[in-house]
Design a protein around this ligand. Structure first.
Ligand code: SF4
Length: 93
């Protein structure tokens, strides 16, 4: 069943981060391909953000992981037996 929400507030975002199951790092915006199924393209998504050939800074990825670890330390995580899947997205150039 697909659950739809009409508005997003800080509490919803925080709760989803606390119970996060999938973390995707977009490591680069430099892909020179134009796959129709790409989550970074305008083929499937109306409000995608424009690619600017940026790379993800390692420090930003570490900052995100540190933020999440602190969030998990301070909050009740409902399902600690489900693994967090960390994946990387971006493409070649
Ligand atoms: S980022 Fe991946 S899916 Fe997207 S256009 Fe590049 S190669 Fe294709």
């Amino acid at each position: 069943m697909i659950k739809t929400i009409n508005s997003i507030d800080e509490k919803i975002i925080r709760n989803n981060l606390i119970n996060l199951k999938n973390l995707v790092f977009e490591v680069t915006e430099k892909s020179n391909l134009n796959c129709k199924y790409c989550g970074l393209s305008d083929h499937l998504y109306e409000k995608y953000d424009v690619r600017k050939s940026r790379d993800l800074l390692f420090e930003k990825a570490v900052l995100m992981i540190d933020y999440l670890v602190n969030l998990w330390k301070d909050n009740y995580v409902s399902d600690i037996n489900s693994p967090l899947v960390i994946s990387f997205y971006g493409g070649s150039h």
